[in-house]
Design a protein around this ligand. Structure first.
Ligand SMILES: NC(=O)c1ccc[n+]([C@@H]2O[C@H](COP(=O)([O-])OP(=O)(O)OC[C@H]3O[C@@H](n4cnc5c(N)ncnc54)[C@H](OP(=O)(O)O)[C@@H]3O)[C@@H](O)[C@H]2O)c1
Length: 377
């Protein structure tokens, strides 16, 4: 009798309950897929929305959607990857793909090779955040990012104001750096004052403190008068998606002709340690009182593969090239320690819940399994 091999996975078992480790089947790669042993992974706001708010989950739910690890098995027809390759990737569609488990099995196009000289802890800050930024700029803001960038590339909207609300968030940092590289020159952003110099180095031309009660007026005043009937800020990316903290001020800024892309979900009430349960909505239109003629969309990175060019190139080639050539700098990292996989995963989630990243602009990472060693689960 043959037994199905299994491995350890970190799961939610109920809303707001402690995480657990369970054994799940180890899936051999089908055609075009690879199996990766997960090394580093991150705990992100989506993990918290899923663990505490039950957002789009069925328990037990494996958490995590970004990883750095080693290819251990390849399926038929895999062309770009081989056993032993060190890879990083954004994986999310089903339990077998999710990141907080010893092995993930997913299509090869969900991974890129980690560029030489880049530590896996730095590479793992990219996949979900970089893909979200690139996809949103192209799909939702409809600003082209032609790859490879032609030498004489001059975008039509090079001098139009583009506001990245929440520039120091994980997605915001990549959005600024990507836009700068593609020639967008009028980049405005909001962040705590202590991050303004960093964000200027990433391409922001003006930074504003989102805690300033006059922030929306200051942003509008910073822009020279535009042609009558044209929006002062025609493009806005909301990297925070907080009903009160970002969507409400953006509704004051957006004018007829502004296109606003909001990272979903819109957070009505965020997760806390002991307060009421979190609350979210996907309805961006009714999240604020928008002026007539404002075009508001909610960002769904999970559909980035609808763009066949992105499906084929975004993770395997664009993401490693932009990281390896220093066009984008990784987010800062804070490593969460713990004796076992479960301790590290729980601590990382708890730290997020306590909002220890507020003001700090770093990502909470933990080592799922050490390379070449048995899993201490
Ligand atoms: N729909 C999608 O495809 C998608 C993809 C990725 C993320 N998301 C969502 O996007 C949200 C942010 O994710 P993330 O990982 O980028 O977050 P993050 O890195 O944890 O963002 C934290 C930073 O946000 C800034 N911030 C907090 N409140 C703010 C406000 N009211 N205005 C401006 N900045 C504020 C703080 O900046 P300072 O340090 O400067 O104070 C803080 O450092 C989450 O809800 C996540 O689920 C959605």
């Amino acid at each position: 009798m043959t037994t199905t091999p299994t491995h350890a996975a970190v799961v939610t078992v109920a809303p707001r309950a402690a995480l657990e480790v369970i054994q799940v089947p180890t899936i051999s790669p089908a055609k075009g897929e690879v199996r990766v042993r997960v090394g580093w992974t991150a705990s992100t706001p989506l993990d918290l929305h899923q663990a505490d708010g039950g957002l789009l989950v069925e328990h037990p739910q494996v958490l995590g959607d970004g990883l750095a690890g080693t290819v251990v098995e390849v399926g038929e027809g895999v062309k770009k990857l081989a056993v032993g390759d060190e890879v990083f990737g954004f994986v999310w569609r089903s339990q077998k793909e999710k990141a907080h488990q010893v092995y993930t099995t997913a299509p090869e196009n969900f991974f890129g090779k980690i560029p030489n000289g880049i530590p896996p802890e730095a590479a793992v800050t990219l996949p979900n955040n970089f893909v979200t930024a690139y996809h949103t700029i192209v799909t939702d803001l409809q600003l082209p990012l032609p790859w490879p960038r032609p030498d004489d590339h001059q975008p039509e909207h090079a001098d139009s104001a583009i506001l990245i609300w929440g520039g120091s968030s994980s997605v915001g940092q990549y959005a600024l750096q990507i836009l700068k590289y593609f020639g967008y020159r009028h980049l405005l952003t909001t962040a705590s004052k202590k991050h303004h110099d960093l964000l200027k180095s990433f391409g922001a031309t003006r930074c504003f403190d989102y805690r300033d009660p006059n922030v929306t007026k200051s942003i509008l005043h910073s822009i020279p008068n535009t042609e009558k009937g044209k929006a002062k800020v025609p493009f806005i990316l909301d990297c925070i998606g907080s009903k009160e903290g970002s969507v409400a001020p953006l509704a004051q800024l957006a004018q007829r002709g502004t296109r606003v892309a909001i990272l979903l979900p819109v957070i009505i009430r965020d997760a806390t340690e002991d307060g009421p349960a979190p609350e979210y909505t996907f309805d961006v239109q009714s999240s604020a009182d928008w002026a007539d003629g404002v075009d508001v969309v909610g960002v769904r990175t999970h559909f980035y593969t609808d763009n066949s060019f992105h499906a084929e190139h975004l993770q395997p080639s664009i993401m490693p090239a932009m990281l390896g050539r220093g066009i984008v700098k990784p987010n800062r990292q804070r490593i969460v320690e713990g004796a076992k996989m479960l301790d590290r995963a729980q601590r990382a989630l708890d730290t997020l819940r306590r909002k220890e990243n507020a003001n700090n602009a770093f990502l909470f990472l933990f080592l799922l399994t050490a390379k070449g060693e048995a899993c201490v689960c």
